[in-house]
Ligand binder design. Structure first.
Ligand SMILES: NC(=O)c1ccc[n+]([C@@H]2O[C@H](COP(=O)([O-])OP(=O)(O)OC[C@H]3O[C@@H](n4cnc5c(N)ncnc54)[C@H](O)[C@@H]3O)[C@@H](O)[C@H]2O)c1
Length: 445
């Protein structure tokens, strides 16, 4: 069976197939018309992706009344996903976001969310919070911020606590699904069998794509009632793949989330430490990391060095887990990850200074280092807690003049910069590339 026959047997359109394979529609069409592309490493995965996707992408109309609280990366993607076949009300205290969404404009950069808001017939109401919405809800998804509380070293759950109180004051029976990342034991502390924890694993920039193709669905519950079991049907009625659904206790589900993100942070830190060592010895990180990755137990993925892990989730989740288990258990590895990330940024700042001095022969006070974009990863529009911000602060503290791109002409920006910092090559215009300093060693165009 060729790719086209396989896709048709699954009842998928070419557009859905391109989303499942994560390739642009034009590329997908080319692959389907010319199977020789399937031999290339870049597109080899397409056949297996279509083969493993659940047959027929059916949207069964769902009669549940769903409320999603928080229109950020997590809440917006769940709301858009579910609103294809269910009545969804999305509420957020940020009036600007509500107003944009009511004009079908996405407040975040995400190709599929932008497209879906414009083109799909969504049953989606967007508003500021109101107890009437909670009163009539069958299921309420909570996608609220849980920032690091610096004073306790744990998550600040004030937004969650307040909204759960509001919901229960008007609706005792609806199921509350916590999607926000919380500490181990948070969900069970409510002693309410209708509050469950369902961790979210999406990536910013690909939020809706990841919600349509979840790696797994984890449901943390204390009692499996029919109403709670129905959540798996709600969550999978719009997915394009067939994710494993795993039931466990809320504390176990909270552990899955925190240990997963901490593993990712550890992997980033590991390859960054490899890179720091090789860089200091004048050896090729690219060759060594390629050599390491060919062991199938390690693999050649998620191994590209960077300025450090950053973003909204990895730093805070790693820090909180380290604070939860540090001191109680033998956790030397986990508690050292944040330290390794900090050392990486300090090491790179020194490395950048010696590099720029050697290429310009200038005195520190005359050097101009610039930043075109603080984005940590391509595809995202978010630079919150980007590692580059910390690197820049270290450079500034060492007396380096660091400037930021302010919309001027690219030519002028190029001329006045001695070196341009970017976590990834892809985030800078090609006219600037030869002055870019990055550790993006696996960049290919
Ligand atoms: N961003 C990610 O990639 C990601 C991935 C997995 C899990 N998470 C977790 O999911 C949670 C949400 O993350 P996010 O990135 O979507 O956050 P976000 O900051 O993008 O969005 C949160 C939204 O909640 C709104 N809000 C705050 N208080 C509110 C209240 N009382 N009532 C209604 N709305 C309120 C804010 O205005 C904001 O729009 C966090 O716990 C995060 O750790 C995030």
């Amino acid at each position: 069976m060729n790719l086209k026959e396989l896709r048709k047997s699954k009842g998928l359109s070419q557009e859905q197939a391109s989303q499942i394979c994560d390739v642009p529609l034009r590329t997908y069409k080319r692959i389907e018309n010319n199977p020789i592309y399937l031999d290339s490493l870049k597109y080899k995965h397409c056949f297996d992706c279509i083969k493993s996707c659940s047959s027929k992408h059916k949207l069964i109309k769902n009669k549940d009344n769903i409320v999603v609280v928080g229109a950020g990366y997590v809440g917006l993607s769940i709301a858009v996903l579910l609103a294809n076949n269910t009545n969804v009300t999305l509420v957020d205290i940020n009036k600007e976001k509500v107003s944009l969404l009511n004009k079908k404009i996405s407040p975040i950069k995400d190709k599929l969310i932008e497209k879906s808001l414009k083109e799909d017939k969504l049953n989606l109401t967007v508003d500021t919070p109101n107890n009437n919405y909670y009163k009539n809800a069958d299921y309420v998804f909570l996608a609220l911020p849980t920032d690091l509380d610096e004073s306790t070293g744990l998550f600040n759950t004030n937004a969650l606590d307040g909204v759960i109180k509001d919901i229960r004051s008007v609706n005792k029976g609806c199921v509350i699904i916590i999607k926000s990342t919380v500490g181990i034991g948070y969900t069970e502390s409510f002693k309410d069998k209708n509050i469950i924890f369902c961790p979210e694993f999406l990536r910013e920039g690909n939020a809706l794509y990841d919600s349509m193709n979840p790696s797994r669905i984890i449901i943390g519950l204390t009692k499996l009632t029919p109403k709670i079991k129905h959540i798996s049907a709600i969550l999978t009625s719009n997915t394009l793949n067939s994710p494993s659904i795993i039931y466990m206790s809320p504390s176990e589900a909270e552990s899955v989330k925190l240990f997963s993100n901490t593993y990712l942070a550890m992997r980033v830190s590991f390859f960054n430490e490899v890179d720091s060592y090789l860089l200091s010895k004048g050896l090729s990180s690219k060759k060594v990391i390629e050599g390491i990755g060919l062991d199938q137990r390690i693999g050649s993925h998620y191994n590209n060095p960077s300025f450090g892990y950053g973003g909204y989730c990895l730093p805070k989740d790693t820090e909180v887990l380290s604070n939860i288990i540090g001191g109680i258990h033998n956790s030397d590895l986990i508690t050292s990850i944040s330290k390794s990330n900090k050392s990486r940024k300090e090491y790179l700042a020194e490395e950048i200074i010696s590099h720029v001095k050697s290429i310009t022969q200038k005195d520190i006070k005359d050097i101009v280092i610039s930043v075109y974009s603080y984005l940590s990863k391509s595809g995202s529009d978010n630079s919150r807690h980007a590692a580059l911000i910390d690197v820049v602060n270290i450079l500034k503290n060492k007396g380096i003049n660091v400037i930021e791109y302010n919309g001027e002409s690219i030519e002028f920006f190029y001329k006045k910069s001695d070196l341009i910092l970017s976590n990834r090559f892809q985030d800078v215009p090609k006219e600037l590339i030869d002055k870019v300093y990055t550790r993006d060693i696996f960049f290919s165009n």
